[in-house]
Design a protein around this ligand. Structure first.
Ligand code: NAP
Ligand code: MG
Length: 496
């Protein structure tokens, strides 16, 4: 199979690389295997890409190691920053193409994909700005000695990303790792390999030396497992399910104790108090769950509404959700496209059926939308109790539960009652309520009077079983640097 193909989407026609990107070249996998990627809107294959096995991971890691010890270590921080900034410019130049690839391969609405690409570019540019500002400290330990610290890159970073925000997760992982002077082997998700490969082409154009960023397509069980257990990868960063996150941590422990950061799932509460601005709260509750078809780790999948406005709120929410336009991701007015795969579609429908059997009421939705593509109607469950599976487990689809609460204490109690702690939100006009509840929620991100508004400038990550470490902001740089203390003596030995 060839190493590139022309793809025509309803928005653009472009040249799609298909190979593994190793050492700044697109190459075939060592076994010559390929796999198909599916268009979730029509369930048909788009194209096939070359597949990486353990041996290809070894080859990519060797390239990354050579670059780390060689050419890349001679590049100044200013130059690293300049390359990241150039890459951000190229993302903006090709934003229509990148967004179209996301709409095609993932099924997300093109209008939303454009926001992903803009955010990815901003994230790369932000970390470009950090590259020459990573500094240590000077510590006067006593009059005869001093110590200084160096924030050194860790080395070769293995990065495993999911399919829900393919190009955005690519940027979140590449930006801080490269700014800090590391090299990277990144594996895209098997469902959405195309945008990461297109971005690899831009890596070369931005002027990065060979081997600094290597992008491979492949399966988690093979290529992902090879990354997490590799003896010459110094750090692994993973975004995906909690189940796989545990496997990665175990593989790291059993191999070379590589540093691990995990960004996992959530079951985030979106809490609406009686005094909330109801129009705004409805808009954010709708966006909080149905944005990206509910395929957000931080989705506001548990609506908690205070009893004084509960019934009115639920009625209004139903009306609002009914207005969400489902359909072809390339149509200008589409808000919700298909779920990413048959497997995800089946998982979500299974949860919906489980909710019905457990005694919850389907207030809206609950069914497939149309008869082609993995579309699911926006779904709201009422009559939900906290112990139900649909109120405890991550569904990762357009499905929301609503529960009623009496007062602040009960809202906090229900809010904190899952094993997850990724995000939460509070809607109220009372400043004291907002601050007290934000402080009491066990979550890495709390939104007040909004939802899903992530900034590359602020940290993002999970409490409890939602993860380890923080991405974004200056905090992400801590994942990609290791601190060395150098102790220096100015005078004679204090003893002979
Ligand atoms: P997943 O299995 O966790 O996949 C995420 C990434 O991990 C993919 O690149 C995957 O490769 C890789 N992977 C899978 N098994 C691996 C292993 N043993 N070792 C190393 N890497 C491995 O997620 P999924 O099955 O696609 O989705 C299942 C559920 O995960 C969703 O319903 C949702 O609840 C959750 N999820 C969360 C996020 C998030 O943003 N936190 C994102 C996606 C999914 P493949 O591409 O071959 O699978
Ligand atoms: Mg696909």
């Amino acid at each position: 199979m060839s190493l590139s193909t022309t793809i025509e989407t309803p928005a653009v026609k472009y040249e799609q690389p298909l190979g593994l990107f190793i050492n700044n070249e697109f190459v075939k996998g060592s076994e010559g295997k390929t796999f198909e990627t599916i268009n979730p809107t029509n369930e048909k294959p788009i194209t096939s890409v070359h597949e990486a096995n353990e041996k290809d991971v070894d080859i990519a890691v060797a390239a990354a190691r050579k670059a780390f010890e060689g050419a890349w270590s001679q590049v100044t921080p200013t130059e690293r920053g300049r390359m990241l900034t150039k890459l951000a410019d190229l993302f903006e130049r090709d934003s229509d193409t990148l967004a179209a690839i996301e709409a095609l391969d993932n099924g997300k609405a093109m209008t939303m994909a454009k926001l992903d690409v803009a955010n990815a570019a901003n994230c790369l540019r932000y970390y470009g700005g950090w590259a020459d500002k990573i500094t240590g400290q000077t510590i006067d330990t006593n009059p005869e000695t001093l110590a200084y610290t160096r924030h050194e890159p860790i080395g070769v970073c293995g990065q495993i990303i999911p399919w829900n925000f393919p190009i955005l997760m690519w940027a979140w992982k590449i930006g801080p790792a490269i700014a800090a002077g590391n090299t990277v082997v990144i594996k895209t998700a098997e469902q959405t390999p195309l945008s990461g490969l297109y971005a690899a082409k831009l890596i070369k154009e931005a002027g990065f030396p060979a081997g600094v960023v290597n992008v491979i397509s492949g399966f988690g069980r093979v290529a992902g497992a090879a990354i997490s257990s590799h003896m010459d990868i110094d750090k692994v960063a993973f975004t995906g399910s909690t189940l796989v996150g545990r496997t990665i941590l175990q593989a790291a422990a059993k191999s070379n104790l590589k540093k691990v950061t995990l960004e996992l799932g959530g079951k985030s509460p979106n809490i609406i108090f009686n005094d909330a601005d109801i129009d705004n709260a409805i808009a954010w509750a709708n966006f909080g769950i149905f944005f990206n078809h509910g395929q957000c780790c931080c989705a506001g999948s548990r609506l908690l509404v205070q009893e004084g406005i509960h019934d009115k709120f639920v009625a209004r929410f139903k009306e609002r959700a009914a207005q969400n336009k489902l359909g072809n991701p390339f149509a200008a007015d589409t808000f919700q496209g298909p779920q990413v795969s048959q497997l995800q579609f089946d998982r979500i429908m299974e949860y919906i059926n489980h909710g019905k059997k457990a005694g919850a009421t389907v207030a809206i939705g609950g069914e497939r939308h149309g008869n082609e593509g993995y579309f699911i109607q926006p779904t709201l469950f009422t009559d939900v109790t906290g112990d139900m599976k649909i109120a405890q487990e991550e569904i990762f689809g357009p499905v929301i539960t609503v529960q009623k609460f009496k007062d602040e204490a009960e809202a906090i109690k229900i809010g904190n009652s899952t094993s997850y702690g990724l995000a939460a939100a509070v809607h109220t006009k009372d400043l004291n309520t907002a601050i007290r509840v934000s402080n009491a929620l066990k979550a890495g991100t709390v939104w007040v009077n909004q939802y899903n508004m992530i900034s590359y400038q602020a940290p993002f990550g999970g409490f409890k079983e939602s993860g380890i470490g923080r991405e974004l902001g200056s905090y992400a740089l801590e994942n990609y640097t290791q601190v060395k203390a150098v102790h220096y003596r100015l005078g004679d030995a204090p003893f002979s």
